[in-house]
Design a protein around this ligand. Structure first.
Ligand SMILES: *[C@@H]1O[C@H](CO)[C@@H](O)[C@H](O)[C@H]1NC(C)=O
Ligand SMILES: *[C@@H]1O[C@H](CO)[C@@H](O)[C@H](O)[C@H]1NC(C)=O
Ligand SMILES: *[C@@H]1O[C@H](CO)[C@@H](O)[C@H](O)[C@H]1NC(C)=O
Length: 341
């Protein structure tokens, strides 16, 4: 009896386990294939409908953007790079919602659509590299961050000691602090911050004596600090258009604008999103006010790493800072530049 049991167990093991493995692998492979098929089918058709829908939006954007988005226009020599001037229709830029919209796809596009390649590369003069990210932030309903008074107090104290890590490290934070010292309007002023994950830029502004700060970010943020308020793009547009936004003495943006319009953070593809964001900032800045900008920078090597970021040099930086007066060249990897209006 015992021996027979042993024997049948043995048969079971010998026959059924390999059979099971074969069956299992087969079904698994089939499911994987099916998934791959579904995935590509879905994304291709979705992508096609996406581009036919948004090509119209992109065309509209090009039109209302006018001279600002014409990157064939010639500049005049400036102290850092050429200076470009253009007639900017502020009202139209703030009426345009496309620049703040999300692509709405399951995955950010992997490649620059061929029809937009000339617009992204300024007619082929900017090199394209590849590094893919899909970090849909725009349109996500993540937990609302809270900026407490005690957090800001701690950041300001660290900044004072020159030891605030921020997001990009102590030396980048200190490069921003240096730039802010050279930016007219910051001390005692009302300052707009464009793009902010953690309130390290805000802390540097408080340290230097900004009176009030408005932070513009895709996602909602709750600020408990009495000198800091936050807004999302729809509020920025609405308050500009109904004349309740008011003007700013200075605008600060660090490592944000080089991502605009590439889809990485869930935003709609837009070859000029970066130029439009900075031009809107120009629209809301007082005469003699300033712009403090930190973006990836290499004066002799402009490129786009799609969809990660852009790197600005003498080719695109002039268009990025259309109409701004070149004022102070600072430090840092994302080299801080100060401009005035
Ligand atoms: C957008 O503009 C391009 C070039 O000007 C044109 O070929 C295309 O038909 C337009 N597309 C749409 C959807 O309006
Ligand atoms: C862009 O500017 C260039 C140089 O001024 C001009 O020749 C060209 O016609 C402009 N393009 C558009 C679409 O306005
Ligand atoms: C801007 O600064 C210049 C030079 O300091 C000054 O003459 C002018 O009055 C200022 N304009 C405004 C609107 O503050």
């Amino acid at each position: 009896m015992g021996k027979l049991m042993e024997y049948s167990k043995f048969v079971l093991i010998i026959i059924f386990i390999p059979l099971f493995i074969i069956l299992f692998r087969h079904t698994r492979l089939r499911t994987i294939e099916k998934h791959v098929e579904l995935f590509t089918e879905q994304t291709t058709s979705k992508r096609d409908s996406y581009f036919s829908t948004y090509l119209e939006e992109i065309n509209k954007t090009r039109l209302l953007c006018g001279q600002l988005c014409n990157t064939s226009r010639k500049g005049t020599p400036g102290i850092f790079f050429d200076k470009i001037t253009a007639t900017i229709n502020c009202e139209a830029l703030f009426q345009n919602e496309y620049v703040d919209s999300s692509h709405g796809l399951a995955h950010a596009p992997r490649k620059i659509p061929s029809i937009l390649l000339n617009d992204y590369t300024m007619n082929g003069i900017i090199k394209v590299h590849t590094a893919y990210f899909n970090q849909p932030y725009l349109g996500s309903t993540a937990r609302i961050p809270i900026w407490t008074k005690s957090l800001l107090k701690e950041y300001v104290a660290r900044a004072k000691e020159g030891k605030l890590f921020g997001v990009y490290g102590i030396s980048e934070t200190n490069a921003l602090r240096d730039g802010l010292q050279h930016a007219p309007g910051v001390k005692g002023g009302r300052v707009l911050v464009i793009g902010s994950e953690k309130p390290w830029v805000e802390a540097c502004l408080l340290e230097i004596g900004a009176k009030s700060i408005v932070t513009l970010e895709y996602g909602r943020i709750k600020s408990e600090h009495e000198q800091i308020t936050t807004m999302v793009p729809s509020e920025y547009r609405r308050t500009y258009l109904d004349n309740t936004l008011g003007l700013f003495d200075a605008v600060v943006s660090f490592s944000s604008i080089e991502h605009s319009g590439l889809g990485r953070y869930g935003d709609a593809l837009n070859p000029w999103a970066d130029l439009i964001v900075v031009a809107r900032a120009w629209c809301v800045t007082k005469t003699n006010g300033s712009l403090v900008l930190g973006v990836l920078y290499d004066i002799n090597r402009d490129y786009i790493t799609f969809n990660a970021h852009r790197c600005y040099g003498k080719k695109r930086y002039p268009y990025l800072t259309t109409n701004w007066i070149q004022h102070y060249l600072g430090k840092g990897v994302q080299r801080v530049h100060v401009f005035t209006k």
